[in-house]
Design a protein around this ligand. Structure first.
Ligand SMILES: [Zn+2]
Length: 112
């Protein structure tokens, strides 16, 4: 066991996805909105989000089709098991990704 247990809620949420173009980023934003609407995920504060030199838009007002800030950092947690998923993008350099955040040692979530 490595702590990456799957629960029925987040079982089908991708663990890792490279995002290589704006169209794909739009698709991931729209998909994430759907997860939020279905209460599969909820937005939580990204640990590095407060270190940004500007205040990033709340995810629910983020335009799915852009324009976006140069850096996007969003974190979501599974509404059931608390698994964390990060959406990060460096839109200036055209790099982005979606990935399950590693569990931090000493901070493991207890599943019910
Ligand atoms: Zn889950």
């Amino acid at each position: 066991m490595n702590g990456w247990t799957s629960c029925p809620v987040c079982l089908n949420i991708p663990r890792r996805e490279e995002i290589s173009n704006p169209k794909q980023l739009t698709a991931v934003i729209e998909r994430t909105r759907r997860y939020l609407a279905e209460n599969k995920l909820r937005e939580v504060a990204h640990p590095q989000g407060s270190g940004l030199p500007w205040t990033q838009a709340a995810f629910d007002v983020l335009p799915a089709n852009g324009p976006w800030d140069d850096i996007l950092l969003y974190r979501f947690s599974c509404s059931r098991c608390g698994a964390l998923f990060d959406l990060h993008a460096d839109t200036y350099h055209g790099r982005a990704g979606w990935e399950r955040a590693p569990e931090r040692r000493g901070d493991s979530h207890q599943c019910p």
